[in-house]
Design a protein around this ligand. Structure first.
Ligand code: NAG
Ligand code: NAG
Ligand code: NAG
Ligand code: NAG
Ligand code: NAG
Ligand code: NAG
Length: 757
């Protein structure tokens, strides 16, 4: 809904808006009299009209992300490829200069996962789309953004896990719902605010590992894992929140390259999830069908394989180079091209590309809407809310600023002065980057506390030349805080890890620091994935441990606030922290979630070993007590009756799960309440059930002694069992509901097993 006061505000400021050459001119251009410019028509008809006016050669120029202008029709060139993963980011379609030299850099998606706060995710997404529109209005970005990445963070080695909200399909689905709403919908419901893109469809979560790369990888995925793990975030993205586009991935799935995979794109996305947007190939993805997967042997067949599967737009040049040949060879016909272009143009129409700017709220967003006081605070919120306190012995934290008069605090390690490192990947130019050293100095400004920094060592490598200065500083400091972790040289796009231990040089430095410190060491880790920190967890030489993902532009201030108790941490791990030996127990190419002789199981749902830190772990400076807000203890349902009510998978069982949460500690803070279902631990047809599975979470703020209530609707989907063939079942037995780690209640399903879908 357009907000009236905003509408009046900008209408009053309009003088004459020059028609920028970045947009087609529907008022006086060559198209003005045609249906494409008739706003009263449905967008699909307008799209069909514009496509029908193009010659075949012109159409082919429009099949790629770098689409040429068609001057005859007054259509400007358009670059489809812009990025905005956690802020407007570098991409072929994005520039940082002039009026818009920078965009707000929010915490990475893995952090948004750790916040377990869908409201925060929505607010961040809404701020990103506002900035994106301002960039577009200045000619510094497109309207179509290749974000978000919603693949499941299946294996801790994955270099791109940092781009996702973590390992859990439910959490990822909640993330994508809030995110796409914030990106695509806003103040004016007549237009898409931006076109987002859910990627990579599907089963993409291996980049480069032990000789296998994403371009050649054939992911062997059972129907069970597809239905239970790899598809749900896409189902939410497509069916529930109606994303404008999806991207097919580089890898093959069960022998068929994703961009030629008619089963996935057509049968699943379009027919089962009612996808009505456009499909874009990952960049160079069409080439990989032929040159890497050897799925086709001629360029004509390759064009046909991708286009007929439903890949509408080529991030690359394959279609531009070979579509005419494919037409000549009759592997495709012209209407196949038309169908694809009608889908892509439909998105531009829904974005208001053809419509007069005066009537469009989004066309009036400008530099005053970028890097505002509000987005600066939101960037700080995103960094703070994702801080996960993993260890805090004897309340080692927070540090009390008043008790540290004339004391020396040593910040030691390679992420203590991290700047761009805090921006993870797919980042843009930030207005500023507050590193931890600056954060600590600003928080202690005006006190007699002495903040000293020693680098100690790089993230990895063998250069120990900075060890001495760091060890000397540690020996004279009253408080030592080690800042370690990873960066894009260790985990990145095109780079999976082979080890999940702390890089050796950081470990060696810590061992030397252990020998000289006067008080237990505090450890802060920046990384997008889990690290085996057992030695920190178990040693009394360490007082506290914090994981803070990649926190974005305000990371240093966020961590200083948390360490001094200005902010009470409440983030939770969105991933399992496995022991280092995990990498020897399972191949990264093994897509199976359930344990087997060569796989200890993946994620908190199936991992049979002992995690270093579990999914959902996270401490606070205060304590919370949970209780049911009713006297009931158990429930039972008849499967027969549930089946009769079988009209909607989202059907909510009448059980109302109300939990009272009380802050019983000494300081205010947020709590993340996690609700799990524990299915009967019974193998059916050899299939191991999940150990537990998240079905709800809520983040609430509570003052001291305050009690808040949280409600968890229990949907049928939470108690369905997915069989090996992908079918969903209601099985009898006792299902436990677990709130946090202790509060439990059971429900019983009675009767005979029944197939749900
Ligand atoms: C694909 O074909 C190329 C030669 O055209 C060959 O070198 C390569 O090994 C083949 N790859 C696969 C996976 O068969
Ligand atoms: C298409 O090309 C193949 C060789 O690449 C050729 O055998 C075939 O006859 C061609 N078909 C048409 C209709 O041109
Ligand atoms: C951090 O400090 C080290 C040592 O002074 C220096 O080499 C490195 O460039 C600094 N990093 C950043 C991001 O400024
Ligand atoms: C890596 O690949 C080699 C050869 O392809 C294989 O022998 C080895 O077992 C693989 N390593 C792991 C950890 O799977
Ligand atoms: C739960 O909290 C509500 C509101 O604070 C209160 O009215 C209710 O009595 C509480 N229930 C229990 C069981 O403590
Ligand atoms: C919280 O409750 C305790 C016990 O009833 C009481 O002693 C304390 O003063 C209360 N604290 C606040 C801040 O209300």
């Amino acid at each position: 809904m357009i907000q009236i006061h905003l509408l009046l505000l900008w209408m009053s400021r309009i003088s004459v808006y020059a028609q920028s050459s970045n947009y087609p001119d529907c008022q006086s251009g060559p198209l003005a009299q045609f249906p494409i410019c008739d706003q009263s028509l449905p967008s699909r008809l307008r799209a069909a009209d514009i496509v029908s006016q193009m010659t075949t050669a012109e159409k082919i120029t429009q099949m790629a992300t770098t689409a040429a202008a068609i001057p005859r029709l007054g259509i400007p060139k358009y670059q489809w490829w812009s990025e905005a993963l956690h802020g407007v980011a570098y991409a072929p379609g994005v520039t940082f200069d002039g009026d818009l030299p920078a965009a707000t850099s929010f915490a990475a998606p893995i952090n948004l996962g750790a916040s377990f706060n869908t409201r925060l995710i929505y607010r961040v997404a809404n701020a990103i789309s506002t900035e994106a529109r301002a960039f577009n209005n200045e000619g510094q970005a497109g309207l179509t953004f290749f974000t978000p990445n919603i693949n499941i963070f299946r294996d801790p080695r994955w270099g791109r896990g940092q781009e996702t909200p973590g390992e859990d399909p439910f959490l990822t689905s909640q993330y994508v719902y809030a995110l796409i709403n914030g990106l695509q919908r806003g103040e004016d419901d007549r237009y898409l605010k931006m076109a987002a893109n859910c990627k990579h469809f599907d089963a993409y979560d291996l980049d480069q590992w032990n000789g296998t790369d994403r371009f050649h990888f054939n992911a062997l995925v059972s129907n069970q894992d597809l239905v239970e793990t790899y598809l749900p975030p896409f189902e939410t993205c497509i069916r529930d929140v109606r994303v404008a586009s999806i991207m097919c991935s580089f890898n093959a799935i069960n022998g068929v390259p994703a961009c030629a995979n008619k089963f996935l794109i057509d049968t699943i996305a379009r027919k089962s999830f009612y996808f009505d947007g456009f499909v874009i190939s990952d960049c160079g993805g069409i080439d990989t069908i032929m040159y890497d997967h050897n799925f086709t042997s001629t360029v004509e067949d390759t064009v046909a394989a991708a286009l007929l599967a439903g890949t509408d737009l080529d991030c690359g040049t394959f279609y531009q180079r070979y579509a005419q040949q494919a037409l000549d060879n009759k592997t495709i016909v012209e209407s196949d091209i038309d169908r694809a272009l009608e889908r892509t143009y439909n998105a531009l129409i829904r974005l208001g590309w053809f419509d007069p700017p005066e009537q469009q709220f989004y066309r009036h967003l400008n530099k005053n809407h970028v890097n505002t006081v509000k987005t600066q605070q939101l960037a700080l919120d995103s960094a703070q809310e994702s801080i996960v306190l993993l260890k805090n012995v004897n309340n080692a934290l927070p540090l009390n600023i008043n008790e540290l008069k004339n004391k020396k605090i040593a910040l030691i390690g390679p992420t203590a002065n991290a700047t761009i490192l805090m921006q993870s990947n797919y980042y843009g130019r930030a207005p500023y980057l507050i590193d931890p050293v600056l954060g600590f100095k600003s928080i202690t400004a005006g006190t007699s506390i002495d903040i000293e920094f020693a680098y100690g060592c790089a993230i990895s490598g063998t250069d120990e030349s900075d060890f001495t200065a760091a060890i000397e500083l540690a020996s004279v400091a009253d408080v030592v805080i080690f800042f370690g972790g990873l960066d894009q040289s260790i985990e990145a796009e095109g780079c999976d890890r082979s080890s999940i231990a702390l890089p050796r040089i950081q470990y060696d430095l810590l061992k030397r620091i252990e020998d000289v410190v006067q008080s237990p060491i505090h450890v802060v880790i920046m990384s997008g994935s889990g690290i085996d920190l057992t030695f920190v967890r178990d040693s009394s030489l360490y007082g506290s441990l914090i994981w803070m993902g990649y926190p974005g532009q305000a990371g240093g201030l966020a961590i200083a606030n948390a360490i001094f108790g200005e902010y009470n941490p409440a983030g939770r791990l969105p991933i399992t922290f496995y022991p280092a030996s995990y990498v020897d127990e399972v191949s990264m190419t093994d897509m199976q979630m359930r344990p087997s002789a060569t796989n200890p199981g993946r994620t908190y749902k199936f991992y049979t070993g002992k995690a270093v830190y579990d999914f959902g772990t996270g401490l606070s400076y205060t304590t919370f007590v949970y209780s049911w807000n009713d006297q009931l203890t158990s429930f039972s349902y008849s499967i027969d009756l549930l089946m009769k009510d079988n009209y909607d998978e989202k059907h909510v069982l009448t059980v109302l799960l109300q939990v009272n949460v009380t802050n019983t500690g000494a300081v205010a803070g947020d709590d993340v309440v996690l609700a799990y279902i524990l299915p009967p631990q019974l193998k059916r047809n050899g299939q191991t059930p999940p150990i537990k599975q998240l079905f709800g979470f809520k983040r609430i703020h509570l003052n001291v002694n305050e009690t808040g209530q949280v409600f968890f609707p229990l949907e049928i989907s939470a108690i369905l069992t997915v069989a090996h063939d992908g079918s969903k079942w209601l099985h009898p037995g006792i299902y436990h509901i677990l709130i946090g780690q202790t509060l439990m209640r059971s429900i019983e399903l009675q009767g005979k097993s029944a197939r749900w879908s």
